[in-house]
Design a protein around this ligand. Structure first.
Ligand code: NAI
Length: 348
């Protein structure tokens, strides 16, 4: 084993399996830790130049300052989203790399699975038939064919979902901050204004990153602009939806169903087993009571292919760092502005 040491936070047995397999090629010295990375646990990285973190690790300024003191030089995210990292705090001290794409299919397929389950109520039918209740009262759905899907964010995942939806014979409206008209023409969907997307869509699926602009973009005002009975699917980031407004919309029957793979305050609960405990988060507890809400625990990415790709890309990112060269999956505070990425150099 090499002396190239990496401290892995928030790892579960399936992560360790995937990384142990991928590491046969790299032979890095990996230390796994199952707790989150935060201000209190950051000091465990002492003596490790590289830390590897996941979606619910909190890399705010306070945590990053401790990492700096511990001598960490690289944060390797094993996720695509990086909203949990204060890039400004890391800039010029710690490089940050991520896995930009590992399986957009996994997430898009999960989004469609949520839509189909909520529409045809398979999550409820499962419990009925197991109890020998073969009544289909209350399980009435609708044809997906001919319905309008609104896709918010037409990046890698949004595009995969558009392909799937078009295959179902759905009409697709999309909104993106940077629309790609050529793509829309090729695939056969239409870019519309946000207002139009809210007004026309039977189902709205969120696929944009969490940012200052998208934080709570689904709120009372936007929900009011939607069709009565709209389905809202979120496999992106929890904070894009203001949960209180979502609950109100569900109670008012304005929202017909919600499929949530992510939740605003998920970090305490998701990926953990609370089956013997009480849920003290009242909003999460309320959401779990709705028959037309289906919550999964940030598992949209969770396919064998995605885990393998995440492990391979993460370790390749780390190898690039140790080799001293260009970090192709680096992100920084100034990315796309003044950083040197365009010259294929490290950002700082
Ligand atoms: P991407 O970067 O390929 O696409 C994001 C799209 O959103 C881009 O087209 C961008 O122009 C657009 N966008 C940015 N700001 C916007 C705004 N204010 N309004 C409208 N559109 C905007 O990202 P990708 O790979 O498609 O992933 C999307 C998100 O999915 C990630 O940011 C991440 O938060 C989430 N994700 C969730 C996973 C899960 O397991 N639930 C797994 C992987 C990603």
């Amino acid at each position: 084993m090499t002396d190239k040491k990496i401290f892995f936070y928030d790892t579960k047995p399936y992560d360790q399996q995937a990384f142990d397999d991928a590491n046969k090629k790299y032979d890095f010295n990996i230390q796994y830790f199952n707790g989150h990375l935060n201000y209190d646990t950051a000091r465990l990285s002492q003596g490790y130049g590289v830390v590897c973190a996941f979606v619910n690790d909190s890399l705010n300024k306070k945590t990053i300052d401790v990492l700096k003191k511990c001598g960490v030089k690289l944060i390797a995210l094993r996720s695509a989203g990086y909203n949990n990292v204060d890039l400004k705090a890391a800039y010029e001290n710690i490089y940050v790399v991520r896995v930009p794409a590992y399986s957009p299919y996994a997430v898009a397929e999960h989004a469609m699975a949520l839509m189909l389950s909520l529409n045809r109520k398979t999550h409820r039918a499962y419990y009925r038939t197991r109890d020998s209740n073969f009544s289909i009262n209350g399980l009435l759905g609708f044809d997906m064919h001919g319905k309008t899907l609104g896709v918010l964010g037409t990046g890698k995942i949004g595009q995969c979902l558009i392909d799937i939806a078009l295959g179902f014979g759905m009409k697709v409206f999309a909104y993106d901050k940077y629309p790609n008209d050529k793509l829309a023409k090729e695939k056969g969907f239409l870019y519309v204004s946000l207002k139009e997307l809210y007004k026309q869509s039977d189902i709205i699926s969120l696929h944009c990153p969490l940012s200052k602009e998208t934080y709570h973009m689904i709120n009372e005002k936007s929900i009011n602009q939607m069709k009565k009975g709209v389905f809202i699917i979120n496999t992106s980031r929890g904070k894009i939806i203001e949960t209180e407004s979502l609950i109100k919309g569900l109670k008012d029957k304005k929202i017909g169903a919600a499929g949530l793979d992510v939740y605003e305050e998920e970090s305490e609960y998701f990926f953990e087993d609370f089956s013997s405990e009480m849920i003290s988060d009242d909003m999460l507890a309320r959401l779990l009571l709705f028959p037309n809400v289906l919550i999964t625990s940030h598992q949209a990415f969770f396919t064998q292919e995605a885990l393998t790709n995440i492990a391979n890309t993460t370790l390749e990112n780390i190898k690039e760092y140790f080799n001293g060269g260009y970090l192709k999956n680096e992100i920084c505070y100034r990315c796309n502005k003044e950083c040197k990425k365009k010259q294929k150099k490290r950002c700082f």
